[in-house]
Design a binder for this molecule. Structure first.
Ligand code: NI
Length: 182
């Protein structure tokens, strides 16, 4: 297991279109393990391979939702999920807002509208095919991660004004970090 470096905007690799995974093998499963370790360490709930510099259609997710939905402080339940070559087959016409963040746009959050239900197909880490209807945070997160496979970041869904604000805040945060480190 190894921690991988997470690329941050405006790294041009994040804008690449990821290519399909051809073979689900041990090499890929090692990358998947490293991606989980990196995601949990960050910490985050989703990570696409391109975010660690591998532009392949692979992403990992673990929503780590609290054991007791009424108590956000209750211990998170670990439910790792792997999506290889994911496809969205259909989506509802009903868009809902969700406040999103991204490990490649660190510490910045903004509301994005997306369909609340999707039907998706993907392969798991054993190469088995799955097709399911997804909703809630799972649907939001999968759509966010699948955007990464097309070189799209959540800030691209914002108005120019809003996006510029987020990028300005990001630059400010980075500058403050740099000063503290100096
Ligand atoms: Ni992201």
């Amino acid at each position: 297991m190894a921690l991988l470096r997470i690329l941050e905007t405006p790294d041009p690799v994040l804008r690449q279109i990821s290519t399909p995974v051809e073979k689900v093998d041990d090499e890929l499963r090692t990358l998947i393990e490293d991606m989980f370790e990196t995601m949990y360490d960050a910490p985050g709930i989703g990570l696409a391979a391109v975010q660690v510099g591998v532009p392949k259609r692979l992403l990992v997710m673990d929503l780590q939702e609290p054991e007791n939905p009424d108590d956000p402080e209750s211990p998170p339940v670990k439910e790792p999920r792997v999506f290889i070559n994911p496809e969205i087959l259909s989506h509802s016409d009903h868009d809902v807002p969700y406040t999103e963040g991204c490990l490649s746009v660190p510490d910045q959050y903004a509301e994005v509208m997306r369909p609340d239900r999707i039907r998706a197909r993907w392969l798991d880490e054993q190469g088995e095919s799955h097709e399911e209807d997804l909703d809630g945070l799972l649907a939001v997160c999968l759509q966010h991660e699948m955007d990464h496979l097309e070189g799209v970041l959540f800030i691209d869904h914002l108005s120019k004004l809003k996006r510029d604000m987020v990028l300005k805040k990001l630059a400010k945060t980075r500058k403050e970090r740099g000063l503290r480190a100096a």
